[in-house]
Ligand binder design. Structure first.
Ligand code: CMP
Length: 143
C-alpha cells in the first residue's frame, strides 16, 4: 500500500492545529501508521531539504523547521501521495484554495503549515530519514 510522509510544521504545532490536520486525513479514509512529536536537528533538516540547498531561502527554511517541535507522520492509502498534496493545497498559502489545509490556515510561504512528500521516491527517502522500520505499524481496521 502506498505511503507518504507528512509533517505538521512548527507554526502549526504552536497554533494547536495538529488535531485538526490529523482529523482531515483520518476522515478522508487514510491510515496513520507512524507518528512522533519531535524537534528536528540541523543535520536532519539539511538532509530533508537537501534538494533546496542552493535556493536563497535555504538558511531561513532550516532555521524555521528547527525552531520548534514538528509532528512527523506516515500515512498509508491508495494514491495517498497525490491526494494528501491536493488536501494540503499550493505551497504558497496565498495561492492555496479555501478548503485546503494551507488555504484555510496559512498566510506566508515560509510558514506554510505542513510538508508532504511529492513523489514515491521522496516519500521513501523522507520516511526513512524520520522513522525506523519498527516505528511503522501494520494493522487492519476493525470491521
Ligand atoms: P515544503 O513543502 O516543506 O518544501 C520546501 C519549503 O520551502 C516549502 O514547503 C516552503 O515552506 C519553503 N519555501 C518555498 N519558497 C520559499 C521562500 N521563497 N521563502 C522561504 N521559504 C520558502
Amino acid at each position: 500500500m502506498e505511503k507518504t510522509f507528512l509533517m505538521v510544521k512548527p507554526d502549526a504545532v504552536q497554533r494547536h492545529l495538529i488535531g485538526n490536520i490529523v482529523s482531515r486525513f483520518e476522515a478522508k479514509g487514510f491510515r496513520l501508521v507512524g507518528a512522533k512529536l519531535m524537534k528536528i536537528s540541523n543535520e536532519l533538516a539539511e538532509k530533508h531539504y537537501a534538494e533546496h540547498k542552493d535556493r536563497p531561502f535555504f538558511g531561513e527554511l532550516v532555521e524555521f523547521i528547527t525552531s520548534g517541535p514538528v509532528f512527523a507522520m506516515v500515512w498509508e492509502g491508495e494514491n495517498v501521495i497525490k491526494t494528501a498534496r491536493q488536501m494540503m493545497g499550493s505551497t504558497n498559502p496565498s495561492d492555496a484554495a479555501p478548503g485546503t489545509i494551507r488555504g484555510d490556515y496559512g498566510v506566508v510561504v515560509r510558514k506554510n503549515i505542513i510538508h508532504g512528500s511529492d513523489s514515491e521516491e521522496s516519500a521513501a527517502r523522507e520516511i526513512s530519514l524520520f522513522f525506523n522500520e519498527e516505528e511503522l505499524l501494520q494493522y487492519d481496521r476493525p470491521v
